[in-house]
Design a protein around this ligand. Structure first.
Ligand SMILES: Cc1cc2nc3c(=O)[nH]c(=O)nc-3n(C[C@H](O)[C@H](O)[C@H](O)COP(=O)(O)OP(=O)(O)OC[C@H]3O[C@@H](n4cnc5c(N)ncnc54)[C@H](O)[C@@H]3O)c2cc1C
Length: 168
């Protein structure tokens, strides 16, 4: 690792088989395959507004969205930090609390100028300082968990305050 100082970091563990996933591309491929199989209908730019229950309140009846209602008895909630809000629409609870961690992206880093793709070097995790460093294209991202827990309301636009919410 050319950007580690060996006078400070003496030893480490290297995991050569660690996975690197282009999450957007992976999601796109899964969606396309499911659509080819006729197993999925996608409604882009559609917001879930509410979940209606059966009269006795024991099951889901439909999901209300900005592109119409969807009759269904089953809902899979995969809305990241907003998932508790969606579950609450059906009176359910998802015990997920988004918390902030500090991260800064700096660059361009000359060392990364000739690398291809988003990440060519291993991600460094320094467990003593509770920090990580990773390549992101031509930049390096430095993140820290070594601060007080900062719970964030996902309804707030934290970017306006110069804070980036990273949910792990
Ligand atoms: C700056 C940053 C850097 C990160 N870096 C890394 C990294 O290097 N490695 C890593 O592993 N992770 C990283 N993460 C974390 C990673 O992005 C998340 O863990 C991951 O995206 C969570 O996936 P998800 O599908 O659960 O939720 P999300 O990707 O958050 O998707 C939730 C989706 O739900 C949608 N949604 C919310 N409410 C509604 C509604 N009412 N109706 C319809 N749709 C709704 C949202 O629009 C969104 O598309 C990073 C996060 C950030 C913010």
């Amino acid at each position: 690792m050319p950007y580690l100082d060996p006078t400070v970091i003496r030893e480490g563990l290297f995991f050569p088989t660690v996975g690197v996933v282009d999450s957007l591309r992976a999601g796109t491929i899964m969606r396309e395959r499911a659509q080819e199989m006729g197993a999925l209908e996608v409604r882009a730019n559609t917001e879930i507004l509410g979940i209606d229950l059966t009269d006795d309140g024991t099951a889901v009846r439909s999901v209300r969205t900005t592109s119409g209602d969807i009759e269904t008895a089953a809902v899979a909630v995969c809305c990241g930090v907003w998932s508790p809000k969606i579950a609450k629409m059906a009176g359910a609870t998802i015990p997920l609390i988004p918390t902030v961690h500090q991260m800064i992206s700096v660059g361009p880093i000359p060392l990364f100028a000739d690398t291809v793709g988003e990440i060519a070097y291993p991600i460094i995790r320094d467990m003593d300082t509770n920090m990580y460093e990773r390549q992101h294209g031509g930049d390096i991202e430095v993140g820290s968990y070594a601060h007080r827990p900062i719970i964030v309301n996902p309804e707030e636009n934290t970017l306006d305050r110069g804070v980036r919410a990273v949910a792990d």
